[in-house]
Write a protein that binds this ligand. Structure first.
Ligand code: ZN
Length: 73
């Protein structure tokens, strides 16, 4: 089961989230919240900062904020 929302800890910084945020490219910091979101990048959902995501409660899915208005085009 993939977690949609995670708190960044050392294991994640050095492991699965070492590449940083897919939305802004910044590395994650300890204690930040990341959410699994669909965005303008290639492929499936990736982790981004929670502040850069919007949650669509209709389908229980996070989207990158700037991508959200474009997703149906
Ligand atoms: Zn970010």
């Amino acid at each position: 089961m993939v977690q949609k929302k995670v708190i960044i800890d050392l294991e994640k910084i050095n492991g699965s989230l070492a590449d940083g945020c897919a939305a802004c490219g910044r590395k994650f910091l300890l204690g930040e919240t990341a959410v699994l979101a669909i965005g303008s990048w290639e492929g499936g959902p990736r982790y981004i900062h929670e502040s850069e995501a919007v949650f669509d409660s209709n389908i229980s899915q996070y989207f990158e904020k700037k991508y959200y208005p474009l997703r149906l085009k």
